[in-house]
Design a protein around this ligand. Structure first.
Ligand SMILES: [Fe+2]
Ligand SMILES: [Fe+2]
Length: 115
């Protein structure tokens, strides 16, 4: 849909448009998790809560399918996931570790290597 774009869609590659489709799908799945989560928080009916939590977890499944597709198809995701996911270290220390490495690089202060 036209409102998915912030730049002229006709100038984008089919691959770029597929990435935009998947990012929008990912946002929609996250939004669905949010809606179910909020309803689960407030319902007084235990069976309704159980059904809606079941549905919330299925939306998480859908969201992760989108994210995995993005990891495989758009540069950047894989490295960030490898850095931040499935570790028990404090999250902010993971980025600090990277900055320490950059600061130790004698070639340049920005840590971008020699261009
Ligand atoms: Fe289900
Ligand atoms: Fe879904």
């Amino acid at each position: 849909m036209a409102n998915d774009y912030h730049e002229p869609a006709q100038e984008m590659s089919e691959k770029a448009r597929d990435i935009i489709r998947m990012m929008n799908s990912f946002k929609e799945e996250i939004e669905a998790v949010d809606w179910y989560h909020q309803r689960c928080e407030l319902t007084s009916d235990p069976e309704a809560k159980e059904i809606m939590w079941h549905n919330a977890v299925e939306e998480m499944e859908h969201a992760m399918m989108c994210l995995e597709w993005l990891r495989r198809n758009q540069d950047g995701w894989d490295g960030q996931m490898r850095k931040y996911l499935f570790t028990s270290k404090p999250i902010m220390e993971l980025e600090e570790g990277e900055e320490d490495q950059e600061a130790e690089d004698p070639k340049d202060g920005l840590g971008i290597g020699q261009l």
